[in-house]
Design a protein around this ligand. Structure first.
Ligand code: DND
Length: 225
């Protein structure tokens, strides 16, 4: 129902706008992720997308229950939300919303994009994510609807080949492929799983994530299992 409304509004909006006006449409970014924990790789990708795609702001949305990780042990959603809030607070173009933490059930991107689109009528939404995640997008809920109402920015992670991503997406209609854009980010070999591993082994995590996040992890004794 919400999707139909968002789709109808987007279609009507596009019909009445001139081509030039659509090109100049205001843009906002969504950075979705488990953020367990958030680190400089996520932040650099979001800031790079903001600059390169002229996004007015980037909304970080920590996944409440990531649909692709049903059997993983994941840190409490509100703790991941708190870490994300601390990480973005020094950037005036970044904000965090608890939409997925508050929504019951699996955190599907389609629901989040619809909610954010309704909160920002007329704005074009860009979903920022890693190229490896985009290459799995055919397994996401309502892929085609998702790619109709929003664009994707695929950030390359170190060592990732874009041809691999396009090969996996070969079944997508061309007009939907046009809504996927690629963006290179500096070679940041930082990952949440490596940070968790380091913490388990008592190795340093300094300079891999913001100091405030490191302090929060220490204070709340997260990842010490
Ligand atoms: P991750 O668990 O990969 O997040 O989740 C990515 C997003 O996909 C979340 O919003 C999920 O809800 C959504 N999703 C997944 C599957 C199905 C559906 C939705 C559905 O709707 O059906 P991480 O915290 O691990 O990473 C967040 C993003 O940052 C990812 O896209 C990852 O590729 C990227 N990333 C980096 N980018 C640049 N440099 C680095 C990075 N490390 C992670 N070093």
């Amino acid at each position: 129902m919400t999707f139909c409304l968002a789709f109808l509004l987007t279609t009507l909006y596009n019909c009445f706008m001139s081509k030039e006006a659509i090109i100049k449409r205001r843009r906002l970014g969504i950075m979705g992720g488990t953020f367990d924990p958030i680190h400089y790789g996520h932040l650099v990708a979001a800031e790079g997308a903001r600059y390169e795609f002229n996004l007015e702001k980037v909304i970080f949305v920590p996944a409440g229950r990531p649909p692709h990780k049903p059997n993983y042990k994941i840190t409490d959603p509100w703790q991941r939300f708190a870490m994300t809030s601390l990480a973005v607070q020094s950037n005036p173009f970044f904000e965090v919303l608890p939409l997925e933490v508050e929504r019951p059930g699996p955190s599907y991107a389609i629901d989040t994009v619809q909610e954010i689109a309704l909160l920002h009528p007329g704005m074009q939404v860009y979903f920022i994510t890693g190229a490896d995640a985009v290459s799995e997008i055919l397994t996401w809920k309502n892929t085609e609807q998702l790619l109709t109402i929003c664009h994707f920015i695929a950030a390359t992670r170190p060592g990732y080949r874009m041809d691999d991503m396009w090969k996996k997406l070969k079944l997508l209609p061309v007009e939907l492929k046009d809504n996927i854009h690629c963006m290179e980010v500096p070679a940041l070999a930082i990952s949440s799983s490596d940070i968790r591993q380091r913490l388990r082994e008592g190795r340093p995590i300094k300079y891999l994530l913001p100091e405030l996040v490191e302090e929060y992890i220490t204070k709340n004794k997260i990842y010490r299992y």
